[in-house]
Design a binder for this molecule. Structure first.
Ligand code: AMP
Length: 632
């Protein structure tokens, strides 16, 4: 079967790792580096793409032929890309619901194709290091990647000639890297992962060799890049103020300033001030500036603070408090920044925390009752790739007794009567997971049902995201007779398969939800927050829709009964029914309303129709007895 590689396909850097004789190792690339920049240079002369360090050098000279941070766009629709994103990544193309593409020398590249170029290099370099062909891989993605993003990542792997055995979440992979021999048997950990472009906070539980993600929350558009952009803006202003050119309006200049900004940021993790030098920004202008760590912290504090809400949300979802955690693991290059470590340590009430030249040393006497331990023992750049390699080894049978469980980040369900969301797989369910429900028709002689698959936390279908729609046909039958079983399955890669089956005929359809979701992670967060914010209003809407549905059924049945038996009812009774009917119909004529009021009116109608119901029952009984020849 051959080896399975563990690949961390990162926004900024990518790594490939494997387990050799039980030890997880990162493999160096052809340039002898363990981190391969996720940068792809596509020469306009048609020569083959250049990936990694060489591409990142070219990026400054040929920005229009060099793509970076492509992970931010994979699996997203063009309409989801914000104007700011387009402004920064001016190579982006695509309209409306179509995919985003990157245009280079007149050719449109999909993010999958660009990512495939990175994966091809990782595969090639790993093969060179191992001296054998490798075709199988485990690839990591941020926990918040949805179906479309996971599928696109898988497709990138396939385009690179890899069989993608598993897509796993980055924080889970990181926990695996720490978890195998470091954590005690039963422990709870938080993985704080701040990389170049994405942030995730996951709470995991390790119990008897089983990892389970209790909750995860994050933002696929928050990371070190934002800090770089902030410093770049700041430096550009300083350049202008000191009589230099307007860097913001010149792609070549801005690329230089940005590189200097990131470089300064990284150095400031170790030093307290650094000299930035940008010679000849204009023929007669060179720029020199001393940036202090304090200034960097001022510039970036609010960006780091934005991760806090995600931490709190994740803790709340997992129903744990910081004191219940054993460890807080830091992952992602940006967590090397002392301010990140300090703030995370404060938010999680971490045990003794000492800072020495930017490195955090864990307090010598660590006591459990002092709060969780801030664990920086792994190289934050490598933990994810090493975890992927461990998962690969588990899959190839090399490691046993470790099982990996992830969770579904948002609820999945279908639209049911009245436009309500019917949840089939609740948010934070452990995956892989399978769940189903039986549905029937609401109208006589219905020939098909529309299965509208939704993702989200809101009560009304329209407030959730539509993942896709399909119809299941069946033979006409009276309402309530057809039985349609709908089953949702999220596989180990987090991809959703929906099956709908007419249980009377066995006719069925299985649809893999490949279609793009509104992928934007900030929107995921917003979805969760809105569901809390609108909880009362949503619940009222659900109650109204349900009450309305029932009332409509009663009104229809009453009208039918009246049409048939009105001659046999006493006038006052008939009038009372009419009055009660009118009251209900008046309420039903409005799109929304007070469910309680409607229920009261409905109850009054039920009461008023009792004589009619009795009459209908008597007539039905007579008809039956006659049919059986018991009476004449
Ligand atoms: P990752 O996506 O995990 O590779 O993280 C990359 C991000 O980490 C980039 O924004 C880098 O600028 C940032 N980074 C890497 N090393 C450091 C460092 N020593 N101090 C601060 N940020 C760093």
């Amino acid at each position: 079967m051959g080896r399975i590689l563990g690949i961390d396909l990162g926004t900024t850097n990518s790594l490939v790792a494997m387990v050799d004789s039980g030890i997880p190792l990162v493999l160096a690339d052809a340039e002898g580096q363990r981190l391969t920049p996720s940068v792809v240079h596509i020469p306009s002369d048609g020569s083959p793409p250049v990936v990694g360090r060489r591409a990142s050098h070219v990026r400054l000279l040929k920005p229009a032929e060099t793509v970076y941070s492509i992970k931010r766009f994979i699996g997203r629709r063009a309409s989801e890309i914000t104007p700011e994103e387009r402004a920064v990544n001016y190579l982006l193309r695509g309209e409306g619901a179509g995919p985003v593409t990157v245009e280079i020398a007149g050719r449109a590249w999909t993010p999958e194709e660009i990512s495939a170029e990175i994966l091809k290099k990782l595969k090639r370099d790993a093969e060179a290091a191992l001296g054998e062909t490798v075709t199988r891989a485990v690839i990591t993605v941020p926990a918040y990647f949805n179906d479309a993003q996971r599928n696109a990542t898988k497709k990138a792997g396939e385009l690179a000639g890899l069989i993608v055995e598993r897509i796993i979440n980055e924080p889970t992979a990181a926990a695996l890297a720490y978890g195998l021999n470091r954590l005690k048997e039963n422990s709870r950990i938080a993985v704080y992962d701040l990389g170049g472009g994405t942030f995730d906070l996951s709470i995991l539980e390790l119990r008897e060799g089983v990892f389970q993600v209790l909750a995860t929350n994050g933002n696929t558009r928050l990371g070190g890049d934002d800090i770089d952009a902030r410093i770049t803006q700041f430096l550009s202003r300083q350049i202008l103020n000191s009589g230099g050119p307007d860097a913001q309006s010149d792609p070549l200049l801005i690329a230089r300033v940005r590189e200097a900004a990131e470089d300064a940021k990284i150095r400031l993790s170790r030093e307290t001030d650094v000299e930035i030098s940008l010679p000849f920004l204009a023929p007669t202008f060179s720029f020199n500036y001393k940036l202090t760590r304090a200034r960097l912290e001022d510039l970036s504090r609010d960006i780091i603070q934005r991760t806090r809400a995600h931490c709190l949300r994740s803790l709340a979802d997992a129903r744990v408090e910081p004191k219940d955690l054993d460890q807080v693991i830091l992952v992602g290059g940006q967590t090397r920044m002392p301010l990140v470590r300090q703030l995370v340590s404060e938010w999680f009430d971490c045990a003794e925390f000492e800072e020495t030249r930017g490195n955090v040393r864990l307090g010598a006497e660590y006591h459990r009752d002092k709060g969780p331990q801030l664990n920086t023992s792994q190289n934050p750049d490598e933990a994810v790739a090493l975890g992927a390699a461990i998962q690969a080894e588990i899959l190839s049978g090399g490691l046993q007794n470790v099982l990996l469980l992830d969770v579904a980040p948002l609820s999945l369900g279908i639209e049911t009567f009245g436009g309500l969301m019917n949840v089939i797989i609740p948010r934070n369910s452990t995956i892989p997971v399978k769940a189903g429900e039986m549905f029937t028709t609401a109208v006589d002689n219905q020939r098909s049902v529309l299965i509208h698959v939704l993702q989200g936390e809101r009560e009304r279908a329209k407030d959730n995201w539509s993942l896709g729609k399909f119809t299941l046909d069946f033979d006409p039958a009276p309402k309530g007779v057809p039985r349609v079983g709908v089953q949702f399955e999220i596989d180990a890669n987090g991809i959703l398969h929906v099956l709908a089956r007419d249980t009377n005929t066995g006719q069925q359809k299985i649809v893999e939800m490949k279609s793009a979701v509104d992928v934007d992670d900030a929107a995921v967060q917003q979805m969760v927050e809105e569901s809390v914010e609108h909880a009362f209003e949503d619940m009222a809407a659900r109650q109204w829709i349900e009450a309305r549905w029932r009332a409509q059924e009663t009104v229809a049945a009453t009208r039918k009964g009246l049409a048939q038996y009105s001659g046999e009812l006493e006038a006052p009774i008939q009038e009372q029914i009419e009055r009660a009917l009118k009251a209900v119909e008046e309420l039903l004529s409005h799109e929304s309303g007070n469910a309680k009021q409607l229920k009261q009116a409905h109850a009054a109608l039920d009461e008023a129709t009792k004589p009619l119901a009795d009459l209908m029952m008597d007539r039905a009984m007579e008809a039956l007895l006659k049919k059986r020849g018991i009476i004449q």
